[in-house]
Write a protein that binds this ligand. Structure first.
Ligand SMILES: NC(=O)c1ccc[n+]([C@@H]2O[C@H](COP(=O)([O-])OP(=O)(O)OC[C@H]3O[C@@H](n4cnc5c(N)ncnc54)[C@H](OP(=O)(O)O)[C@@H]3O)[C@@H](O)[C@H]2O)c1
Length: 246
């Protein structure tokens, strides 16, 4: 079953969005964000495997309504071209890094103290949270993406490529080839990709940055991302990083 997403019955799949080389998307986390991305990806013709924290049978109905297949976590990881992390940030170290070796990992997680608890390492200006995720999944390639837009906006605002009111989603990663892959996925889901630099620069997409929560077009998002370094948070980040380099 395909999920229909987008205002006015716009179906991204029907309107010629670029096909992503990522043909099977694995999603860990079947909550608000994981659910919307699953539905958008299924709508774009991708095979979607999804897992929450428990037995896959517990989410069988939800997965079916999203157009996704419920699967054990290990199968989601092993069978996917890319694995999206859509679980609370405080939980990522529960995932065994060995099973992610060689995988493209899309980190959509943010530090949200109300659900993650107070964790100073997640707000340390010297390190983006995606760098911590990359340090954990050493043998994998992490790209931060699909993290700054609220799930409702994502569900409502997916549009085919070229639509006048298309919104943008920023991404950050260290390898140009991975940025290209995840950009193609973002495009297929219904958004313009806006590269924001390496994983360390992903801090410009985190809570506290102007781009966090942004539901704007590519030009506006590019301005927000570039303007981060002139913002109060950006200045704190730059200063802390300069000091730790000495
Ligand atoms: N909500 C948004 O608009 C939004 C937008 C951008 C980014 N994000 C980020 O996306 C992440 C998820 O947010 P959310 O709002 O979707 O949360 P949510 O609705 O609470 O869903 C969290 C999901 O993660 C699953 N989960 C927990 N531990 C897991 C594990 N060890 N392995 C696999 N799945 C696990 C939960 O499964 P169980 O129910 O079985 O525990 C649940 O399906 C957060 O890091 C958030 O910052 C959210």
């Amino acid at each position: 079953m395909r999920g229909a997403i987008g205002r006015g019955d716009v179906s991204v799949a029907d309107t010629g969005a670029e096909q992503s080389p990522i043909r099977t998307l694995g999603i860990l986390g079947a909550g608000r964000l994981g659910g919307v991305i699953a539905q958008l990806a299924a709508s774009a013709g991708l095979r979607v495997l999804i897992s929450a924290s428990g037995d896959p049978r517990l989410i069988a109905g939800r997965a079916a309504s999203l157009g996704a297949e419920p699967a054990p976590r290990e199968s989601v990881i092993a069978e996917s071209d890319a694995v999206l992390l859509a679980l609370p940030l405080a939980k990522f170290r529960m995932l065994l890094p060995e099973s992610f070796r060689g995988k493209l990992v899309i980190d959509a997680m943010n530090y949200w103290w109300a659900s993650d608890g107070i964790r100073d390492e997640f707000s340390d200006p010297r390190t983006s949270t995606s760098e911590l995720v990359q340090q954990h999944f050493l043998g994998a390639r992490v790209v931060k993406a699909l993290s700054h837009m609220g799930y409702h906006d994502m569900a409502d605002d997916a549009r085919p490529a070229g639509a006048a009111d298309r919104k943008a989603i920023a991404l950050a990663g260290d390898e140009a080839s991975d940025i290209a892959l995840v950009s193609s996925l973002i495009d297929a889901l219904g958004f313009d990709p806006v590269p924001a630099g390496p994983l360390a620069a992903g801090i410009a997409l985190e809570p506290g940055a102007e781009a966090f929560g942004a539901d704007v077009d590519a030009e506006q998002l590019r301005e927000m991302v570039d303007g981060f370094w002139d913002s109060q948070r950006g200045i704190i980040v730059a200063r802390a990083r300069a000091e730790s380099a000495h």
